[in-house]
Design a protein. Structure first.
Lengths: 230, 192
């Protein structure tokens, strides 16, 4: 999760998010260069005492400042499109999880091998332990094996929600009557938080998502525990 | 049909028996023609075909503008007798004019010298002062509403909870690449 007063992106927990961070850095460099150029131009023009009253056009400079931005846009667009298609790639997923958005909680179904289904409600302030994150902790987390390609199918039961986990670079609308597919792969063990990202009613801000990436053995033990409890 | 002050446009009449609607109908073409005339003067092309060149101030109104330094009309157009006499003297030999008379002649033609027109006005002090005052007032309003109107912050915002949260985040290895956990020395249990 983010630390207080954090301005930048969180560390990536998936390969796709790593690529997004690189792309963000690339575009930020382009933007800073453009901004510095514009600020410099403005400074020079404002501090100049000369006025040319009969300036009407400048064909050469107009061509230059059309062609160069077009080239800059191509330099930004090529990695952007590559990343766009990368996010859609799904390489033989070993696990499929269904996430269903409700007003105002998420429910998850692991139905590949056995039927594991549970609801994930936000923990209210009174139920938090000292040090827990307010508005982010849930009663039942989404437990996943680390370094495993997972297919996440996202839908909703009532209104449109959105399933988001920024550390993994994931965001997908949960639309009723539609299944949206996400490719999920956690590169490291840890806990990753997200919040509903589509306005869905009064408690839209109070239906978070928590993913717990664990070693495979721990995941198997968790599955056994869930089946026993059901 | 009623106009902005509630009176009827159709019914009320002037002394000459003209209704307001009638007056408006007569005024519109006159106003449009006046606007078209001034626009055509201002937008006329650069000197070709006998048309006047573009002027920033096409009307004969005196204006001190550093970027357009020669107005069409003199500053003082109605001269007193003494000023007329001075103008007549100007028609003769300029060497006979004293410094005071030269300055007087200049002030008849122009309101300000270039240096006076370009001189800073100090308006920036008013702008900065006014803006600072309004920002200060905003702070005061914020403090009042924080003290009397806003509800208390949740306990998760107090120092002990924040400390416990940071400990948990370090245990979870939160952001271990460049973020929080990367700054903690796990072997020696202290910040790097």
């Amino acid at each position: 999760m983010a630390t207080p007063a954090q301005l930048g992106l969180m560390d990536a927990a998936s390969p796709v998010m790593e690529e997004m961070i690189y792309f963000h850095d690339h575009v930020m460099l382009v933007l800073i260069l453009i901004t510095c150029l514009i600020f410099y131009s403005m400074l020079v023009l404002i501090s100049s005492k000369y006025i040319y009253r009969f300036l009407t056009d400048g064909h050469v400079i107009e061509t230059v400042w059309t062609v160069i931005p077009a080239i800059i846009l191509v330099v930004v667009a090529l990695p952007s499109l590559k990343l766009l298609y990368l996010t859609d790639e799904l390489d033989s997923p070993q696990l499929t999880i269904k996430g269903v958005g409700h007003q105002w909680y998420w429910s998850y179904e692991y139905t590949d091998y056995y039927d594991i289904e549970f609801d994930s409600y936000m923990l209210p302030l009174g139920d938090l332990n000292k040090g827990d994150a307010r508005l982010l902790e849930v009663d039942n987390r989404v437990v996943l094996p680390v370094d495993t390609s997972v297919r996440m199918l996202v839908t909703a039961a009532d209104v449109i929600h959105a399933w988001t986990v920024p550390s993994l670079g994931l965001k997908m609308d949960a639309v009723p009557g539609r299944l949206n597919q996400l490719a999920l792969q956690c590169s490291r063990v840890g806990t990753f938080y997200g919040q509903c990202s589509e306005i869905c009613g009064a408690n839209h801000s109070f239906m978070p998502i928590v993913i717990e990436a664990v070693p495979v053995e721990t995941f198997e033990a968790w599955c056994d525990a869930m089946l026993d409890s059901e | 049909m009623y106009c902005w002050h509630g009176g009827s446009v159709v019914k009320n009449t002037t002394k000459k028996g003209r209704t307001m609607a009638h007056q408006l109908m007569r005024a519109v073409p006159r106003l449009v023609a006046r606007r078209a005339f001034s626009t055509s003067l201002a937008r006329a092309g650069g000197g070709a075909g006998g048309m006047p060149a573009w002027q920033v101030n096409p009307r004969n109104v005196y204006e001190d503008r550093p970027d357009f330094p020669m107005p069409n009309v003199p500053y003082v157009s109605e001269l007193s007798d003494a000023q007329k006499a001075l103008k007549a003297k100007e028609a003769g030999d300029w060497k006979s004019l004293s410094d005071e008379e030269l300055k007087e002649l200049y002030r008849l033609k122009f309101h300000k010298t270039l240096a006076e027109a370009e001189a800073p006005t100090g308006e920036w002090k008013t702008v900065v002062g006014g803006t600072s005052l309004i920002i200060a007032l905003t702070f005061v309003l914020y403090i009042i509403q924080k003290k009397y109107a806003m509800p208390a912050m949740p306990e998760t915002c107090n120092y002990e909870w924040q400390e416990a949260m940071m400990k948990k985040q370090l245990q979870m290895r939160n952001n271990p690449v460049e973020g929080l956990a990367s700054k903690w020395d796990y072997e020696n249990n202290k910040w790097k």
